[in-house]
Design a protein around this ligand. Structure first.
Ligand code: AMP
Ligand code: GLY
Length: 421
């Protein structure tokens, strides 16, 4: 098979790494890719939202399957364009992808299909939002409606902080994403990420993990796209997985199909495990980043047949995936200053060294200079991932590799996996 993989982050590097191991693969092309992916497969320079360019590239390489990594490509309608052209595609249409691209859509969708989630109010302007604070209690949850790379949520401890977050959102602090906001009831519990595949009709649980959203140790600092992840996560008891499947995944897949937008791809359910059972925090229309990295390390089964089955409607014929009886962890290395404005361009040394058989370093946001040096971007640069017989050993292996990477301008958390340890 010829496969075109769209995206350039750590998630896509991990997908490329796993797809590369498939005996079904003839040719893998990634676009726009990154230096880590370039060491694994062919890369091209077509941007993840350049629909005409991507369609042309899929045709040029006679792609049997296009795998969409990032939410931007989903929201831009890449799957729609590929479906129209008759090219099989793993990834939902823009209409189905609204489950991620609009929080207001998703909250109303949850109401229509009775998915358990936090009470909420969608607000179109600051005055409306400030008035609506009266119906909630602190801590207040203020969310930008649109895509904000994991940074569009503020948990405000008091009214003044909530009002400041509202003013900031409507003043352009979240960019376009914040022209509408959602206020939400604060949910108490433990957060988790569960992944389900769907071919439009059938769905299948495809692993779970926990990530660390806050920038600094001890869950302090601003929310980020994710500073680390591990799998399995003890919060996912068999009972919780079953509840998420029956109360969130299945009604969502049925619901979105009944609204004329069958969901093909991976549905990422971010949930709060509360005393009343799992409640939806948000859906994403793609694999989590960095959750995908730990899932790919743990996945024993060939990934490609699952991707194909989602694209061609045969997921019901697939057995459940087999996972390694091992723990996986991912430590994110990001430029100091992330998730705020961080300077890019600093030199990273030692990333590509051999860190041992159980360690894989995925590239997330770095470029290769003319002289061959690896230079960081202004966000998350590397994902140091490791597998171990248990989480403690996986963690030790990952942090040994982190210590061998020389990047004074970078930072990482030192406590990934603390909840499970
Ligand atoms: P989101 O972008 O919706 O995933 O939110 C980012 C983070 O904010 C989540 O990972 C949670 O830790 C937190 N969060 C979001 N919504 C709520 C909520 N309703 N109650 C408590 N915490 C929340
Ligand atoms: N790590 C969470 C996300 O991908 O949004």
């Amino acid at each position: 098979m010829n496969i075109l993989l769209v995206g350039s982050g750590g998630r896509e590097h991990a997908l490329a790494w796993k797809i590369k191991q498939s005996p079904l693969l003839t040719r893998l092309v990634a676009t726009p890719g990154n230096p880590g992916m370039a060491a694994l497969c062919e890369t091209r320079a077509v941007a993840a939202t350049d629909l005409a360019g991507l369609l042309g590239l899929a045709r040029e390489i006679a792609a049997d399957l296009v795998v969409i990594g990032p939410e931007m490509s989903v929201a831009a309608g890449l799957a729609d364009a590929l479906n129209d052209a008759g090219i099989p595609c793993f990834g939902p249409t823009a209409a189905a992808g609204q489950l991620e691209s609009s929080k207001a859509f998703t909250k109303a969708f949850a109401d229509r299909h009775r998915l358990p989630t936090a009470r909420y109010k969608t607000c179109e302007n600051a005055a409306e939002a400030i008035a609506a604070l009266a119906i909630f209690q602190p801590p207040y949850v203020v969310k930008a409606d649109g895509l904000a790379a994991g940074k569009g949520v503020v948990i405000a401890q008091d009214r003044a902080a909530a009002e400041a977050a509202i003013d900031d959102a409507f003043g352009g602090g979240f960019g376009e994403a914040g022209s509408r906001i959602v206020l939400e009831e604060y949910l108490e519990g433990e957060i988790g990420s569960l992944f389900a595949l769907s071919d439009g009709e059938t769905s299948m649980v495809f692993g779970w993990a926990q990530d660390h959203k806050r920038a600094f140790d001890g869950e302090r600092g601003p929310n980020t796209g994710g500073m680390g992840a591990y799998s399995p996560a003890p919060v996912f008891t068999p009972e919780l997985v079953e509840q998420v499947r029956t109360r969130l995944v299945e009604p969502a897949v049925r619901g979105i199909a009944s609204e004329g937008a069958p969901y093909r791809g991976v549905l990422f359910v971010e949930l709060m495990a509360t005393a009343e059972g799992p409640k939806l925090v948000e859906f994403n229309a793609r694999f989590g980043d960095p959750e995908c990295q730990v899932l790919m390390l743990r996945l024993e089964s060939d990934l490609v047949p699952y991707l194909v089955a989602c694209a061609n409607g045969t997921l019901g014929q697939m057995p459940p995936p087999v996972w390694r009886d091992a723990a996986a962890i991912c430590v994110v290395l990001a430029a100091k200053g992330y998730p705020g404005k961080a300077p890019g361009g600093s030199v990273i040394r030692g990333a590509d060294a051999d860190h041992g058989p159980d360690v894989v370093v995925f590239h997330a946001g770095a470029s290769r200079g003319e002289d061959g040096t690896l230079r960081a971007g202004s966000g998350r640069a590397l994902n140091v991932c490791a597998l171990g017989p248990d989480l403690r050993q996986a963690k030790d292996r990952a942090y040994q590799a982190v210590a061998a990477i020389d990047w004074p301008e970078g930072f990482h958390r030192t406590d990934i996996g603390w909840r499970a340890l």
